[in-house]
Design a binder for this molecule. Structure first.
Ligand code: DOR
Ligand code: ZN
Length: 364
């Protein structure tokens, strides 16, 4: 028996109600890092997802076709070839990026999308855009060729409260961008507010959003429960409960405007548990199990497949995956730490027991 057949017969022994067989999903937002950390983390993503939109916030950032092509090769070299994983590359927008470079990368199938980081909004974003008008010629080209713009939607002004930065970004920047480029495909990444949900719902079919597992699961109290909890710190930062509830409604609604993007962002435990702890939650190892938890709690397991495997590729204009994956109602114990790059990272849900277990049928 091949591994595939063994897995299949084991799965068919389980009660039908206790398993979900779904089309293989994609992760529409992930940080895979580089070098030893890349080697340590990439297979967690490749195990669950057929494709992933790879963030370009390396140091230095991925701003050219050549850099993206080289990074893609490093990702593939670090990935278990049996997992058949396809990284989809993004271009990091800077104030002086040339529209021709972006267009060339898209036409040559190197860049799938561009990522807008407002300067200094998050990890490795110091080269980001200081004024949206500086990239208007790029947005014009992207609208013309149908290339998606992926937005980290937060203003960075120090006088704006960190919990308001997403809502203010919508009012000050995003509404204007959408008015000026009405046909531009926009993915509002890792949304965290009811304001963002409303903005996306009210927009045209060219406006969508990704939702992370963690923003569905905890509100901002988690960062301060009995003390400072750096492993719950990410950007955009988690908001009030009312916002989490709005995200849960949106993600589990069946609306094609919302799809899976983990924003998995590994940092070493030392970098997280520090006087200036890094933002980011490493949720790749048990990403689907985490989403399944939320969808089950919302009585919407029947909507998980569309959210995880259909809405994203349809928005990007890419084919749906043919493979299947299985979620079985069997406990998964999440280790407290995982080795990575000669040190340790803490996975999201460290030490918890999750009700679902992921298995893949692409292991032949
Ligand atoms: O929490 C985050 N971590 N948010 C981001 O936008 C970047 C990411 C990272 O690269 O660590
Ligand atoms: Zn991110």
């Amino acid at each position: 028996m091949t591994a595939y057949q063994t897995e299949k017969s084991r799965i068919s022994d389980t009660q039908a109600a206790d398993q979900l067989v779904i089309r293989q999903p994609d992760d529409w937002h992930v940080h895979l890092r580089d070098d030893d950390m890349l080697k340590a983390v990439v297979n967690y993503t490749a195990r669950q997802f057929a494709r992933a939109i790879v963030m370009p916030n390396l140091a230095p950032p991925v701003t050219t076709v050549a850099a993206a092509d080289a990074y893609r090769k490093r990702i593939l070299a670090a990935t278990d070839p049996d997992l058949n994983f396809t990284p989809l590359m993004t271009c990091y927008l800077t104030d002086d990026i040339a529209p021709d470079e972006v267009e060339l990368g898209f036409k040559e199938d190197v860049f799938t999308a561009c990522k807008l980081y407002p300067a200094n909004a998050t990890t490795n974003s110091s080269h980001g855009v200081t004024d949206i008008r500086n990239i208007y010629s790029v947005l014009d080209a992207m609208q013309r060729i149908g290339m998606p713009l992926l937005i980290h939607g937060e203003v960075t002004d120090s006088d704006i409260d960190i919990f308001d930065r997403e809502a203010v970004f919508i009012d000050r920047i995003l509404k204007q961008v959408v008015a000026d480029f009405p046909d531009l495909k926009v993915v509002f990444e890792h949304i965290t507010t009811a304001d963002a949900v409303a903005f996306v719902e009210e927009g045209g079919s060219n406006i969508a959003a990704t939702v992370t597992p963690h923003h569905l699961e905890f509100n901002r109290n988690a960062m301060f429960e009995g003390g400072m909890r750096p492993h719950y710190y990410c950007l955009p930062v988690a908001k009030r409960e009312q916002h989490r509830l709005a995200l849960r409604r949106a993600a589990t609604s069946g609306s094609a405007k919302f799809f899976l993007g983990t924003d998995s962002a590994p940092h070493t435990i030392g970098a997280k548990e520090s006087a200036c702890g890094c933002a980011g939650i490493f949720n790749a190892p048990f990403a689907l199990e985490s989403y399944a938890k939320t969808f089950e709690e919302e009585g919407a397991l029947d909507k998980l497949e569309a959210f995880a495997s259909e809405h994203g590729p349809r928005f990007y204009g890419l084919p749906l995956n043919e493979g299947k994956v299985v979620l079985t109602r069997r406990e998964t114990r999440v280790p407290p730490t995982l080795e990575a790059a000669g040190t340790h990272v803490a996975p999201y849900h460290a030490g918890d027991t999750l009700a679902w277990t992921f298995s893949s049928l692409k292991m032949d």
